[in-house]
Design a binder for this molecule. Structure first.
Ligand code: SF4
Length: 104
């Protein structure tokens, strides 16, 4: 009988699994989305992202957006922006850094 300890088991597709990033606590505490329905921020295809209206009044919108961009979060509304809007924002920020000479 052969026994393989879990650490010696060959890598599987779950080895790359990482928990979905959570907002830093200070942002989470200020966020208005605390008790809002998740569907407002992760709407089904074709449904309006109601959560954006909440983000407009949220004090944590700046850090929340920065967090989402830094962590390359690709789903849902974060910092008042949808996935597509964040992608455009990431490109815009990269372009600014590139033209200012910060990155080559
Ligand atoms: S900006 Fe929006 S998603 Fe971010 S913490 Fe505020 S309400 Fe939540």
């Amino acid at each position: 009988m052969s026994f393989r300890s879990p650490s010696r088991v060959k890598s599987s597709r779950f080895d790359d699994w990482k928990p979905y990033p959570r907002l830093p606590l200070h942002v989470e505490n200020e966020g208005l989305c605390h008790s809002a329905p998740l569907a407002w921020f992760f709407p089904h295809r074709g449904m309006p992202a109601i959560g954006k209206t909440l983000c407009e009044q949220c004090e944590a919108v700046g850090p929340c957006l920065d967090f989402a961009l830094d962590n390359k979060i690709s789903y849902g509304v974060w910092g008042g922006m949808s996935e597509r809007e964040r992608l455009a924002e990431r490109r815009r920020r990269l372009e600014v850094r590139y033209t200012s000479g910060e990155i080559a």
